[in-house]
Design a protein around this ligand. Structure first.
Ligand SMILES: Cc1cc2nc3c(=O)[nH]c(=O)nc-3n(C[C@H](O)[C@H](O)[C@H](O)COP(=O)(O)OP(=O)(O)OC[C@H]3O[C@@H](n4cnc5c(N)ncnc54)[C@H](O)[C@@H]3O)c2cc1C
Length: 387
């Protein structure tokens, strides 16, 4: 592997792959690294909301979306206690993360990105010649690479930044944890095209049919519920039962994956020749399913700044770091505040009961919430500046 790059991007989730692709399209030599072997699984609700779909279309990646009608998401079926709320959705797409993330990596490679999976990356200091070091470890050896700029898109808690003391990660004490699996045997009530959402004491479970026809299950639980239910399958069974959804016996045998605490913040989101994006830059519980959209939007927005950071004299680096902090706040942080409030309300059974009672009568109450968490229109992102 060449040791010096214009940009090294750590993490090949949606944030990393799209940022790497945008940088390569603007003429940069880019290395994309991931610690997992691809294709890989990832805990996620597998729902791309309408803004995320439009953004992919606008950057020329519409062809990666599944074409079958069943993967088009047009409805939301929310159940809690004895109440049920059905809402239409602006059209989104269901796609498993195994497929989506592999397709985004393939698109990055087609744009000229070099991809290396199965390697653990750790960001190091800047050196005297104005590059940043990245130490890369596979099962047999460790090597040190350098890049004019490094993008950390390595997900919750940004593990690649463990040696960078100026960037701090803090998780909320009351944060829930994520868990997910996929099953191929389930009751027919879980129809395609609908996000089925069960809300109960101690967590919620989202169920969606993905492009293969399988049922993707993703949940956010209080750690205590998982402990008391002997694991995530038991916790999901409890929540589904109390919300009035049919049981899914196959969950007990399924291979579950987990996540660390979901609600966390990162401060600051940039340093000299270093930009943090996607879940690595902070996240809130996934009830509104915005994470992939935020990751894509951040990737598109950071690329022109990171490309500029490859060239200018050292004196200009702080202003680029500040520019990313401001842009990140505009795009993501303000929306996460709305999600934080929603997550807190969801923990109160009284608030959930009240919402289930009021929303069918006054659907207009939903508009400010949707506006509060949704991305700005893709047109307002700086897509054309890059490639
Ligand atoms: C239960 C649950 C349900 C969700 N449902 C939805 C939903 O329906 N819709 C939606 O839009 N969002 C959803 N989200 C959020 C969404 O999954 C994330 O926001 C999204 O994955 C963020 O993408 P990312 O690229 O920032 O990080 P990730 O997708 O997490 O990718 C990070 C990558 O970095 C790699 N990595 C980590 N450390 C290193 C290292 N040291 N070196 C090299 N590589 C490394 C990892 O292997 C991983 O591939 C959900 C999340 C959870 C937990």
């Amino acid at each position: 592997m060449t040791t010096d790059w214009d940009a090294i991007v750590i993490g090949a989730g949606p944030a990393g792959s799209v940022a790497a692709r945008q940088l390569a399209l603007s003429g940069r030599r880019v290395l994309l690294l991931d610690k997992k072997r691809f294709p890989r699984r990832k805990v996620c609700g597998a729902c791309l909301n309408h803004s995320a779909v439009m953004l992919l279309e606008q950057i020329g990646l519409a062809d990666i979306l599944p074409k079958n009608r069943d993967s088009e998401l047009t409805g939301f079926d929310l159940r809690s206690g004895s109440r049920r709320l059905s809402l239409p959705l602006p059209s989104g797409r269901a796609i498993s993360r195994t497929v989506l993330d592999q397709k985004l990596v393939d698109a990055a490679i087609r744009a000229g990105v070099t991809f290396q999976d199965g390697v653990n990356a750790t960001v190091g200091p800047c050196d005297v010649v104005g590059t940043r070091t990245v130490s890369v470890n596979d099962s047999s050896a460790t090597s040190t690479l350098t890049a004019k700029v490094v993008l950390a898109a390595d997900g919750l808690g940004h593990p690649s930044l463990c040696d960078i003391s100026e960037i701090q990660d803090q998780s909320a004490r009351s944060s829930r944890i994520g868990a997910g699996c996929e099953v191929t045997e389930f009751p027919t009530e879980y129809v395609p095209g609908v996000i089925h959402m069960a809300v109960g004491r101690g967590g919620y479970v989202g169920l969606v049919r993905v492009e293969s026809g399988a049922l993707n299950i993703a949940a956010a639980f209080d750690a205590r519920l998982v402990r008391d239910s002997n694991g995530p399958a038991g916790a999901a069974t409890n929540v589904l039962h109390h919300a009035g959804f049919p049981a899914i016996p196959a969950m007990a045998e399924a291979e579950w994956l987990g996540t660390p605490a979901l609600t966390r913040s990162t401060m600051p989101v940039a340093a000299e020749r270093l930009f943090v994006l996607g879940d690595a830059s902070g996240y809130v519980e996934p009830f509104t399913g915005e994470g992939i959209g935020w990751a894509l939007a951040s990737a598109v927005a950071v690329a022109p700044l990171a490309s500029t950071a490859c060239d200018p004299p050292a004196a200009e680096q702080p202003s680029l770091a500040n520019a990313w902090s401001r842009e990140h706040s505009r795009l993501v942080r303000r929306r996460q505040r709305t999600c934080r409030i929603l997550a807190a309300l969801l923990k109160s059974p009284t608030c959930v009961r009240l919402a289930m009672f009021l929303l069918p009568k006054m659907p207009r109450l939903l508009q400010p919430i949707i506006r509060g968490v949704s991305l700005p229109t893709p047109q307002s992102l700086a897509i054309t500046r890059c490639g």
